[in-house]
Design a protein around this ligand. Structure first.
Ligand SMILES: CC(C)(COP(=O)(O)OP(=O)(O)OC[C@H]1O[C@@H](n2cnc3c(N)ncnc32)[C@H](O)[C@@H]1OP(=O)(O)O)[C@@H](O)C(=O)NCCC(=O)NCCS
Length: 198
């Protein structure tokens, strides 16, 4: 039996204000800020990104700047995390977050994140990811949101747990990632679990 379509599409990116951040679509003007973290080995260690030079990074940002709408499976929205000044004035982009529509019919969404290492340890990623989860559940209408994490990536694992995501699966040596067999953990949260924690 065909199941009813779970989501009302398309869903467009929109600016989201949190206490300290403005989450909004990436633009070409963010290329240098993105390069400042995308060029660091520690930032891309567990991301499916190579180390890019400035021009490659600019092209990558330009491409991702076009990801602003979820209309079909595998579409993505990329949001830049802009650090606001004390009076809410615009600031640098210190990281970015991805929202992937994995299955419209099953209302499944995945998320990802990266922040500049000098900005780690201050709760910015938690603040941004909470807002992105809220966006995924309210604007997108997700039933389940998951993140795929290399279990060695302890900061990302800790972030999942802070967000209330549960470990659902651990795949052992399921892929050769950056030249070595690597494990993959799946962390997830259901809409009702997110709602209960609001
Ligand atoms: C994953 C990643 C975003 C996590 O960054 P992070 O700095 O650990 O996360 P946060 O910004 O939420 O900061 C949390 C830390 O700040 C502390 N903190 C300070 N103020 C805080 C606040 N207001 N709210 C929450 N935490 C706060 C927390 O206690 C925590 O400290 P701890 O690391 O000592 O436990 C970061 O490691 C990263 O960008 N990694 C590279 C990219 C990557 O691997 N992405 C994931 C691929 S799956």
């Amino acid at each position: 039996m065909t199941r009813p379509v779970g989501l009302t599409l398309p869903v467009d990116a929109r600016p989201i204000r949190t206490d300290r951040l403005l989450l909004r679509p990436l633009t070409e003007a963010d290329a240098d800020d993105v390069y400042s973290y995308q060029s660091l080995p520690e930032a891309v260690r567990y991301l499916p990104w190579p180390l890019r030079d400035r021009e490659e990074s600019r092209e990558h940002t330009l491409k991702r700047a076009g990801f602003t709408r979820l209309a079909a499976d595998k579409d993505a929205i990329i949001l830049a995390a802009e650090l606001l000044g004390p009076d809410g004035e615009p600031g640098p982009v210190i990281g970015d977050l991805s929202i992937f529509l994995q299955s419209a019919v099953n209302a499944q969404v995945s998320i990802g994140w990266v922040f500049h290492p000098v900005r780690h340890g201050r709760g910015y990623a938690t603040e941004a990811a909470r807002a992105v989860l809220e966006f995924a559940f309210t604007d997108v209408g997700a039933h389940r949101v998951f993140a795929e994490v290399d279990p060695r990536n302890m900061a990302s694992v800790a972030l999942c747990l802070r967000l209330g995501m549960r470990l659902e699966a651990l795949f052992l040596e399921n892929e050769i990632f950056k030249g070595e067999w690597s494990d993959l953990s799946v962390y997830a949260i259901l809409e009702r679990e997110w709602g209960a924690g609001r």
